[in-house]
Design a protein around this ligand. Structure first.
Ligand SMILES: Cc1cc2nc3c(=O)[nH]c(=O)nc-3n(C[C@H](O)[C@H](O)[C@H](O)COP(=O)(O)O)c2cc1C
Length: 226
């Protein structure tokens, strides 16, 4: 390694070691005995608390999928809803994730709400909404979201940024002129949870982990060692 590389590595390590986690004046307490019967209810509750605590973009989450060689993949997405059907998100069916989900409709979602030291993990099977639902989801969103979807070709190799600029310009013009423009590949996905884990961080590392597991008789709850 050159002197420059060594110095950069040292700077990086010093900065990394200076970072702290669960270092807030106070973290919320979480009593798992008082938790609701369903993970959906607790998720709605925690989401509201994350937003109220000033957590930025609490609706962003990590979606993990598996490719056809069994290799995990992940990316950040926006949560579009969470209801009795499951956790909703949307993307192009032709993207890498879309192809992975078509081949293997199993996924996991992760939320991290640092403002409260909370994490939520959701695992389950993914189904697609109808074409009408996909288009309704898209047209309920911003002009920018429609322009991005109209630009298309997500996850394909881009030959130059100028090509993107041209496609994006045309997509914006169309999105502004035609707010109901269809994007046939835009798909609503719904992850039906099999298990959902709620993690409440604790400064003394006595973290609370509550896992809900779907059974024939409804949701079972169990605590996990941190
Ligand atoms: C904050 C944030 C939100 C995003 N939301 C979405 C989304 O809702 N849908 C989507 O297709 N991509 C979204 N993306 C882009 C994805 O992270 C990803 O780059 C893209 O979907 C391609 O992923 P893939 O190649 O694994 O299919 C978002 C990215 C960020 C950083």
């Amino acid at each position: 390694m050159s002197d420059d590389q060594t110095a950069r590595q040292e700077t990086f390590r010093a900065l990394l070691r200076a970072q702290r986690v669960w270092d807030l004046p106070s973290l919320p307490s979480f009593d798992p005995d008082a938790a609701p019967d369903t993970p959906l209810e607790l998720f709605h509750h925690w989401f509201g608390e994350a937003a109220a605590a000033g957590q930025r973009e609490p609706h962003t989450m990590t979606l993990a999928t598996v490719d056809d060689e069994g290799r995990p993949d992940l990316r950040t997405l926006m949560l579009h809803d969470a209801d009795a059907r499951g956790w909703h998100f949307a993307s192009h069916s032709t993207s890498a994730k879309g192809r992975q989900l078509a081949a293997r409709p199993e996924a996991a979602l992760g939320f991290y709400w640092a403002a409260q030291g909370r994490q939520v993990r959701v695992r389950g099977t993914v189904t697609t909404g109808t074409a009408t639902e996909g288009q309704a989801d898209l047209h309920a969103r911003s002009t920018g979201a429609l322009a991005a979807a109209l630009t298309g070709r997500q996850s394909e190799v881009l030959s130059s940024r100028a090509e993107l600029a041209r496609a994006s310009e045309a997509a914006w013009e169309r999105a502004e002129a035609e707010p109901d423009a269809p994007v046939p590949t835009w798909t609503l996905y719904v992850l039906r949870p099999r298990e959902v884990e709620f993690f409440q961080g604790d400064a003394r590392r006595r973290h609370v982990r509550l896992r809900y597991r779907r059974t024939e008789n409804g949701w079972e709850r169990e605590l996990l060692w941190p």
